[in-house]
Each structure stands twice: as C-alpha cells, then as structure tokens.
Design a protein around this ligand. Structure first.
Ligand SMILES: C[S@@+](CC[C@H](N)C(=O)[O-])C[C@H]1O[C@@H](n2cnc3c(N)ncnc32)[C@H](O)[C@@H]1O
Length: 433
C-alpha cells in the first residue's frame, strides 16, 4: 500500500520499482489540462497543485510523460524531502543523499532552486548550498570534485522550498520541455510552446473544423495545433532528455515508448491556416515548418487579418495579437483590437475565436461578448484567454464586462470520433530527413 510520508507541495509516496512519485511542472492555469494528459498515459494518484501535478508511476511512465505530455514543462523525480529552516539544515540534509549512487564524477551537473514563503528566501543561494553539499560529498567519497555545468549539463537537480519544506528532485527532462526541437528561428515575442499547446487544449478543438492563426508570427500556435491533431508526440523533434544520462537509463524501454507513441501519428482531415502581416515573420514560420516536416500540413501566407476570408462556414481562430502596453502605442493598439472585432463580426460568422492578451483595456474594443475568459500566464505576464462566438447577429453584440465563470471551453466536441476514419500512414516521417 502506498503511504504519504511527507507533506509538502509535492506529495512523495513510498517508492518502489513499479510506483515512484513524480511531479510534472506547468504554467498556472494549465494544471487541470496536464492532469488529464497524465491520466491518459496511465499515471496514478494524479493530484493538481499550484503550477504542477503530482503523480505516481514506473520508469516507463516517466519516459512517456516526457515524450507525450504537451503541457508539461519538466518532469521531476523527488529523491528527498525534509524541513529546511536555514541553510545549515539544507546542507546537512543534502549531504544525506548518496550522490555517487545518482551520478558519476565525470558527469556535469546543475542545480535549480525555487523558494516560496520560506525563511530561506534566495533561490540562487539555495541552489548554491545544495551544490556545495554535492561537491563536498563527492570530494569526501572519491577525492575529486564533479564539474558544475551551466548549460548542457548531464544531470539536472531541482530544489524546491515551500513553507520551509524542501524537496530535492532529479529533473528527468533537463532543458525545459517547451524546447520541442522544431524551432530554428524566432520572430519578436514568440509564445511559449507549452502555453500554446495548453491554449489549444483549453479550446477543446480536436480537428473537427479548420484552424486559423491570423497573427502567427513564427508559427508556434499552428505548429502545436498540427502536432496535436496528428498525434505527433510533444517530444518528437527533441533529441535529448536528462534521464538519458541517468545510471539506470534503459535505452530499450525508451525506444519501445517512442516507437509505440510514433505509431499513433496519423494525418488529419482538417486544414490549418497561418498568416501574418509581416513577411519576415512568415519567412521564419516557413523555416520552422520545413524543419519539422509540417510545411505540407499548414497553409502559410503573408496577409493582413482584414483581408482573410475563410474557406468553410465554420472554424476556429486561436491567436495572440500584440499586447502593446506602452502609452505611445495606445491609439494604434485600440485600432488593432477594434479592427479584430470588426473582421470577426464581418468575415467569420459561424466561427469561434480565442484570443490571448494581457491588454484587457484594448480587448474591450473588440466589441463582442466573451463567452469564456481564462486566466493564463505568458511567462511572468498575466493574461486572459478570451473566447468569442460569432453567430448570426453578433454585429449587434455589446461588450459585457461582468465576470464570468471560468470554463475550459467546449470539450464536448466529437473530434476524436472523426479520427476513426482517417488514413493511417505510419511510413510518414515528420521532420526526419
Ligand atoms: C505577439 S506576435 C505573435 C507571436 C506568435 N504567436 C509566435 O509564437 O511567434 C503578434 C503578431 O501579430 C502580427 N500582426 C499584428 N497586426 C496584424 C494584422 N493586422 N494582421 C496580421 N498580423 C498582424 C504581428 O506581425 C506579429 O507577428
């Protein structure tokens, strides 16, 4: 029977080979979506906390979580949890972990610290003291010190302190999972890939109608849409995960996880359209698409939003217009958002549109009644992901500022059923040249 033996933000269960504790990190607002992704791959004891989801499973599940979860930023495997009121306690507890069992002297390591509501207040100092303990222990045991790598380390260690409870974890992902491996270039203000993936999941879209990003910049949102609808694993283009450097790395098990997941890739029968007024941004998007082998799956062009005319009578738009928070941009940004409302009302009747913005004042000028508003964070920036439905008569719609219940979009669509009849082509290789 599993038993909780520590109570921090992370719930650590008694560990055994078949059931270890893990923590998946994500952005605030995407926890429920990530919990669902984890349940779908067979995670046990799934529990949502602030900006994360704790769960249990075996090593195979940990590989799957890294490869398949579109809304996970990193997957942590806790190795110790204890109370840490000061740096001496932290150092002493970190020394109790037998580090040479975890990694070799010739491997580089890095420590990331996070501190919330605790007596220890500096994340960097917490990371430094943990590093000291690791280096000192290696010196005592082996007579040598391991190298601390700033980038591209072999071993990633995470120290999380909340309300004076500390959890030290091995980070199985290494570089954040938003680094999918498909991006070779970026324009101004690209949206984080994990946030884009979470936004698409929040809309409930599963390919049952055409998808548009009319302000696509370097193409992140349509690329994440194409990956989801074709069941391309989130880590498909990525070559490296930190667990590959662990002593217990099982390359056969990893290949099995990858091969099984890749077999589920299939073509979609909806269209994805990406456009932007900037020729430079579209040039960058095209390079990223080609690199990912998605250039045949997404139609890309240079176009102003007001010139777009949809092909079908229904569809979904998901985009992040410029936020333009500087005073001198106010007039231009109000015109832009007003224009967005006009185009939606005139050209996209029968569609739903989802817009992410941190400029709530400007959003009012869209002049349509939102049917959902979800708080999300674009890095440190607080935003709203706002849904508008353009039914016949929307032209008369007035902006309604009353608070609405948080919803997770229309999740009753029959998209999954639509996949049943799709042509399966396992021979097809995405981005593999
Ligand atoms: C915040 S960026 C989008 C970033 C994008 N999601 C990405 O991940 O790279 C906003 C984009 O809106 C585009 N834009 C602004 N006004 C536009 C308009 N009227 N029509 C089309 N694109 C527009 C800009 O050129 C810019 O690329």
């Amino acid at each position: 029977m599993l038993k909780h033996y520590f109570c921090t933000d992370f719930i650590i269960m008694e560990q055994n080979e078949n059931s270890q504790s893990f923590m998946a990190k994500t952005f605030a607002g995407l926890e429920e979506i990530l919990a669902e992704e984890l349940k779908n791959i067979g995670a046990g004891n799934v529990r949502v906390i602030n900006r994360g989801v704790s769960f249990t499973g075996d090593t195979e599940l940990m590989y799957k979580a890294n490869y398949l979860c579109h809304t996970a930023l990193r997957i942590l495997k806790p190795v110790a949890a204890f109370k840490a009121d000061d740096d001496e306690q932290l150092y002493a507890e970190a020394m109790k972990i037998h580090w040479p069992d975890i990694f070799r002297i010739d491997q580089t390591f890095t420590v990331n610290g996070n501190v919330f509501h605790s007596k220890l207040t500096h994340s960097q100092y917490v990371a430094l003291r943990t590093k000291d303990a690791i280096v000192d222990q290696f010196r005592e045991v082996t007579g040598k010190r391991p190298w601390v790598g700033k980038t591209d380390a072999d071993i990633y260690i995470d120290v999380h302190i909340s309300h004076d409870m500390c959890t030290i974890s091995l980070d199985s992902s290494g570089e954040s999972l938003h680094k999918r491996g498909y991006r070779i270039a970026a324009d101004k203000a690209p949206i984080n890939e994990v946030l884009a993936a979470g936004m698409i999941k929040l809309t409930g879209w599963k390919g049952e109608k055409d998808f548009y990003d009319p302000m696509c910049g370097s193409g992140t949102i349509p690329m994440e849409a194409a990956m989801q609808v074709q069941h391309i694993p989130a880590g498909y283009y990525r070559k490296q995960f930190a667990f590959m450097n662990w002593a217990d790395y099982d390359s056969e098990l990893w290949e099995k996880v990858k091969n099984e997941a890749d077999l589920a890739i299939e073509e979609a029968d909806c269209s994805i359209f990406a456009s932007d007024r900037s020729a430079k941004a579209i040039g960058i998007a095209k390079r990223n698409l080609r690199n990912a082998g998605l250039h045949k799956d997404i139609a890309v062009k240079v176009a102003y939003f007001d010139s777009l005319k949809p092909k079908d009578k229904k569809g979904i738009l998901v985009f992040n217009p410029p936020y333009g928070k500087r005073m001198e941009e106010r007039g231009e940004i109000v015109r832009l958002y007003k224009g967005i409302g006009d185009v939606l009302k005139n050209n996209f009747i029968g569609f739903e549109a989802w817009i992410i913005t941190s400029n709530y004042e400007a959003a009012k000028f869209i002049g349509l009644r939102p049917s959902a508003r979800i708080q999300l964070f674009n890095g440190p920036i607080e935003t709203r992901f706002i849904k508008y439905e353009m039914y016949e008569g929307s032209k008369k719609g007035k902006y309604d500022d009353s608070p609405r219940k948080k919803t997770y979009g229309n999740r009753t669509g029959t998209g999954r059923d639509n996949f049943k009849n799709r042509r399966k082509n396992p021979e097809r290789k995405f981005g593999k040249k």
